[in-house]
Ligand binder design. Structure first.
Ligand SMILES: *Cc1c(COP(=O)(O)O)cnc(C)c1O
Length: 416
């Protein structure tokens, strides 16, 4: 039986506890939504001031060179690379996840069209993040070449859905709703056996679980930097392409930033060698610069240590909620098995939306995803064991009192 004192003791001997000081978090809040918007690194405020006041304000356009603005996508990509098992000069930080997905989807379909044009199916999960599905639909609609989606309802049904008609297997490694963690190496090997290419969406895995793209033999990967990587609201995303595939085809958004000689101002496109060809146009420098502060938080630790603490936090939360909230209609949808669990925990409740609103009103910030899913993200860089204890207590109080039934908690906001 765990007590609140046990949790305080766990925090006292947590080797990662000091990392929390690197984040600006309001005292009165228990923040369990780092899987949707990571907390602000303390350093980001000073960095923003420097970019706005000095680099933009004083040095003006010269900063493209003097402050290294032009090289940010590549330089920050190299800082991210070790967190996802990518090599040097293999990742760029640019554009959004949705847009990067479009680029790698087209590239993968073009590679497959050259190998076996009869492959027209893109396999993914019904419960994949909607934008991933929508981007495939938009592309299939644009191409009018008979491409179609095959949506799989359960992770265990994926292997049977991949066959010799499959062009691409597109999987989000950690499911945004359930927190299910796919076996990247096993699924990639299976896809390759069937002649398919893989696209891995790492939105809920980069900075959350150890990822090894190279060891898994993955083909393409994309993901955002504003969740576990703490890059800031809407900060640019990343894209990685296996060096073996990278130069085979163009990516479709062939803008001047991806040209072999950007300032040659030539009338014809020639893709840059390397991952630079996955850039399109001028980057949002003010936002991009702040991504570095988030990435720097990881320099003081490693993914193995973070994973260990993440599992301890999610184990504790599951145990505490099941003990404190027994008798309420809560269903755990996140796998108990460590090997299948990301860094967030989801419970279903028939009135999950209202319950989450009542929790937020009491300073416990989680979020809600249709249908009925209450999500709680655990960020080992700054979540404490005592936060887990207190969050489960507040959830228990909200459910026991039925306060969530109040009108103000039942009314839907624009962002849930
Ligand atoms: C958060 C998330 C996205 C977001 O894509 P944007 O283009 O940044 O809006 C995409 N896919 C998954 C799996 C996500 O979790």
């Amino acid at each position: 039986m765990t007590t609140r004192e046990d949790c305080l003791a766990l925090d006292a001997r947590d080797p990662l506890a000091a990392l929390r000081e690197g984040f600006a978090l309001p005292e009165e809040v228990i923040y369990l939504d780092g899987n949707s918007l990571g907390a602000r690194p303390v350093a980001a405020l000073e960095r923003a001031r420097q970019v706005l006041a000095q680099e933009w304000g004083e040095d003006l356009i010269g900063s493209w060179n003097s402050a290294g603005w032009r090289g940010l996508p590549e330089r920050l990509g190299n800082k991210l690379a070790p967190l996802i098992g990518a090599g040097e000069d293999e990742v760029v930080i640019t554009d959004t996840t949705s847009i990067n997905l479009f680029k790698v989807l087209v590239a993968a379909l073009r590679v497959q069209a050259g190998r076996d044009p009869s492959r027209k199916v893109i396999v993914t999960e019904t419960s994949n993040f909607p934008t991933d599905i929508y981007m495939v639909e938009g592309l299939a609609d644009m191409l009018q070449q008979g491409y179609s989606l095959r949506l799989v309802d359960r992770p265990e049904d994926l292997p049977a859905a991949i066959g010799n008609d499959t062009a691409v297997v597109m999987i989000t490694q950690v499911n945004y709703k359930t927190g299910y963690l796919h076996d990247m190496a096993a699924l990639t090997a299976l896809a390759h056996e069937c002649g398919a290419l893989t696209i891995w969406d790492l939105c809920h895995s980069a900075g959350a679980v150890p990822v090894d793209l190279k060891a898994a033999g993955a083909d393409y990967a994309i993901g955002c930097t504003y969740k576990y990587l703490n890059g800031g609201p809407g900060s640019p995303a990343f894209v990685w392409v296996s060096p073996a595939l990278r130069e085979l085809v163009w990516q479709p958004l062939s803008g001047w930033w991806g040209h072999a000689r950007q300032f040659g101002m030539e009338p014809r496109y020639e893709p840059a060698p390397g991952i630079g060809r996955y850039l399109c146009g001028t980057q949002p420098v003010t936002s991009l610069a702040l991504v570095e502060c988030g990435l720097d938080s990881f320099a003081k630790t490693d993914m193995a240590a973070l994973r260990q603490k993440s599992l301890a936090l999610t184990d504790l939360f599951i145990e505490r909620v099941q003990a404190r909230c027994a008798g309420h209609p809560l269903t755990l949808v996140t796998p108990l098995e460590h090997a299948r669990r990301g860094s967030h925990v989801s419970f279903e409740h028939p009135e999950g939306y209202a319950v989450i609103q009542a929790l937020i009103d009491r300073g416990v910030i989680g979020d809600y995803r249709e249908p009925r899913i209450m999500r709680f993200g655990f960020t080992p860089l700054y979540t404490r064991f005592v936060d887990v204890w207190d969050a489960a207590e507040v959830l228990g109080e909200v459910l026991d009192s039925g306060v969530w039934r109040e009108e103000r908690f039942m009314t839907r906001k624009q962002v849930t």
